[in-house]
Design a protein around this ligand. Structure first.
Ligand SMILES: Nc1nc2c(ncn2[C@@H]2O[C@H](COP(=O)(O)OP(=O)(O)OP(=O)(O)O)[C@@H](O)[C@H]2O)c(=O)[nH]1
Length: 697
């Protein structure tokens, strides 16, 4: 057709799609959809927005983007009112920022999926389960690791107005609770999802308390009511009595079958307050996350607290003092949709050619270079690693590749810390800090999968405080750095306050487990319907081993736990070394309570005996404290039958052959290298610490 602008044949990126929409003629009758089924972006002039809406296949009425109050008519056929998947500018009073919080597996991600679907943010063809869990690992394990943000345009049937709902999906596992606190600081409200078959769990409580501390409006959602074992009435009572939240407005929902989703959306609009419009002119935006994109550099996720952030403007990150020019800003719907500007209360992303995450620290405040804000926003609490472990490439030549991979992972994972380490046994590698064992596991797997590295991780250790005989106390996260007993006064270890919620019948086994792990009983409270809260003070070192797995197995999966650091305590701690074939294997050294040394040493040497492959010589394994051997075991030699070919003959010939074999073995023992597989370094984690003698304090 003459004069018709040239359109990209098949728009795939947000930029291409914006160009596609912009290039559209004013009147086009054809449905507008990207080749892959995604719908168009309506950013900019109302005429284009109208074109975009005209194009919607179901022919429903439209949302005006860009100007004035976006009033949308409802569908005359009585079908669900639609809202588009692009950017729709709304005044601040129609923005709602909220988070979904819950205990692990109570259905946050599934609920987020339903909300995304209900607001048409993603076309049916693009929709997949747990849409916001976009890491392969998250999908495979069914857990959320990284928080995710998404903007939904919701047409509220009660007033016919469009609201922008910024939804932040958060992880539920105890290791990742720092992500919850980060996202909650960018919100005014939270959906508290509680599984109707399980009720209140440890993290339901912990996350609700964080939300309360941030003065968030909480909407309880009782999920999974479709299940036969659901007890919504009991769970409502539990939320009211245990959590202390009024459940008058609680929504009975099933994220799986879509029950209660419309009600949740209208509750969000009605009960969650809009962001406060602040008079301040100077831009202040809070960074709540950042992610590394190999093609575009660091993508920074922020919430505008005051003022306006514009594309092309020069911004300053206040903590680092670095300046950048904003190449692109936009919203996540859930794909990236570029916009011209974002104002007070909005949640979005920016790309500004930032090369390292050090320049875009989580918790930092973004302001403009032209009129900088006089004061930064109060920052987030920095994530503190709880567990440290050595990470070494199995092939020394991969050291630089490992360094590169860790640097890139750190861009996505603010909680990961690392510094170079050199071990005589393992060569060059890194000492890494993790939030917990699941975090360690996730990082290890990502290094192997995403960066194709072969790595060995050493036994995890917590951070001890050591007072040397001379000088001030210092922190030690690697047993190899512990000064010997003559040069230290004492060692302190971190303790946690551990809260566990369990059905009554498992109280006994769980108390027994806590006691065997040097736990000190603090409190026991009875909740509704035969459930009990147990509170213990426990050394963190006992918790970061396999405590979580043990609790699950002793309670048949019904108990849950939550902990927070409560301080350091002096204890009778010693360093246990392990010698394999007479050589000190430094990465196997650990710090433990003196009274546990015998049991742990015994079980560890037994485990190593099973793990270390046999060789043609005997391999002695010894657990030692100083020069004292506390436990030992021996791997017997693989015996070659040298007499096999010697049929009959006289005894002296046989003896000669055996002597020759013995000599050869001696040489092997002397020069032989023992192969230490990865499991050997992690054996300490699964050592049985629950034997009666380890119960002493
Ligand atoms: N029957 C039923 N199953 C549900 C419902 N909601 C979620 N599920 C299932 O519960 C499991 C956990 O759901 P997720 O959405 O991954 O839970 P989550 O809270 O996001 O979990 P984390 O991200 O690991 O914290 C999945 O197998 C879901 O299919 C529901 O309403 N009914």
């Amino acid at each position: 057709m003459a004069g018709r602008p040239r359109l990209p044949a098949s728009p795939t990126t947000p930029l291409e799609m914006t160009a596609f929409v912009r290039a559209l003629p004013a009147v086009t009758a054809r449905p507008l959809a990207a080749a892959d089924g995604r719908r168009c972006v309506a950013a900019g002039a109302p005429a284009r927005a109208a074109a975009c809406q005209r194009s919607r296949p179901h022919g429903l009425s439209m949302v005006a983007a860009g100007k004035g109050p976006a009033r949308a008519k409802t569908d005359s056929s009585g079908r669900k009112p639609f809202v588009n998947d692009g950017y729709c500018s709304v005044p601040t009073e129609r923005i709602r920022n909220l988070s979904i919080i819950a205990h692990i597996d109570h259905g946050k991600s599934t609920l987020a999926d339903r909300l995304i679907q209900a607001t048409d943010a993603v076309g049916d063809r693009d929709m997949k389960a747990q849409l916001l869990d976009n890491m392969d690992l998250e999908r495979e394990r069914g857990i959320t690791i990284k928080l995710q943000a998404v903007r939904l345009n919701y047409l509220h049937p009660a007033d016919g107005l469009v609201y922008a709902i910024n939804l932040i999906d958060t992880p539920g596992h105890v290791d990742f609770s720092y992500e919850v606190s980060r996202s909650l600081m960018a919100c005014e409200g939270a959906l508290l999802v509680v599984d109707a078959t399980q009720g209140v769990e440890a993290q339901t409580l912990a996350n609700t308390y964080i939300a309360m501390e941030n003065n968030l409006e909480i909407i309880p959602v009782i999920n999974k009511i479709d299940m036969a074992s659901a007890e919504p009435d009991r769970v409502v009572r539990e939320v009211e009595e245990v959590v202390g939240i009024d459940c008058t407005n609680a929504v009975m929902a099933s994220a799986k079958s879509g029950i209660g989703i419309e009600e949740i959306l209208s509750h969000i609009v009605e009960f969650i307050p809009a962001p406060q419009e602040r008079a301040a002119e100077n831009l202040r935006a809070l960074i709540f996350d950042s992610a590394y994109d190999p093609y575009r550099g660091v993508v920074v996720y922020f919430r505008v607290m005051d003022g306006v952030i514009k594309k092309g403007s020069k911004v300053r990150f206040m903590a680092t003092g670095r300046d950048f020019e904003v190449d692109e800003i936009g919203v996540l719907s859930p794909r990236m949709v570029p916009v011209e500007q974002l104002s007070c209360g909005e949640v979005g992303y920016l790309i500004a050619g930032i090369k390292t995450v050090e320049d875009a620290r989580v918790g930092d405040t973004i302001t403009t270079v032209r009129s900088p804000a006089p004061e930064a926003l109060p920052g987030y609490e920095e994530a503190k690693p709880m567990v440290f472990s050595g990470v070494f490439p199995s092939d020394a030549s991969q050291f630089n590749a490992l360094k590169d991979a860790l640097q890139k992972l750190k861009l996505n994972d603010a909680a990961l810390s690392f510094e170079a380490e050199n071990s005589s046994a393992m060569g060059f590698g890194f000492r890494c800090g993790f939030l917990g064992l699941l975090h360690l596991d996730v990082v290890q797997e990502r290094l192997e999968r995403e960066y194709d590295l072969d790595i060995i991780t050493t036994a995890p250790s917590v951070v001890y405080r050591v007072k040397p005989t001379k000088g001030d106390a210092f922190l030690v996260d690697n047993p190899a750095d512990l000064p010997d007993p003559t040069r230290r006064e004492y060692i302190e270890e971190p303790y946690v306050r551990l809260e566990m919620i369990t059905p009554e019948e498992f109280v006994g086994p769980i108390m027994e487990l806590s006691q065997s792990r040097r736990g000190e009983f603090v409190d026991m409270r009875f909740l509704v319907q035969g459930r009990t809260t147990l509170v213990y003070e426990l050394p963190l070192a006992e918790l970061v081993t396999d405590f979580f797995d043990c609790i699950k197995s002793r309670s048949k999966g019904y108990a849950s736990m939550e902990y927070s650091l409560s301080g350091y305590r002096k204890n009778k701690l010693v360093k246990m070394d392990v010698c394999v074939n007479g050589e000190l294997i430094e990465p196997l050294s650990c710090i433990l309570h003196e009274d546990n040394a015998y049991d742990v040493g015994k079980d560890l040497t037994k485990k190593l005996k099973e793990i270390i492959p046999r060789a043609q010589f005997k391999i002695p394994i010894q657990a030692m404290i100083g020069a004292r051997v506390v436990a030992s075991s021996t791997i017997s030699a693989l015996r070659t039958d040298v007499l096999a070919k010697c049929y009959g003959g006289d005894i002296s010939r046989k003896r000669k052959l055996l002597d020759k074999q013995k000599k050869g073995k001696k040489r092997l023992r002397q020069f032989g290298k023992v192969n230490m597989p990865q499991e050997a370094f992690m054996a300490i984690v699964s050592v049985d610490r629950s034997s009666p003698s380890s119960a002493r304090n």
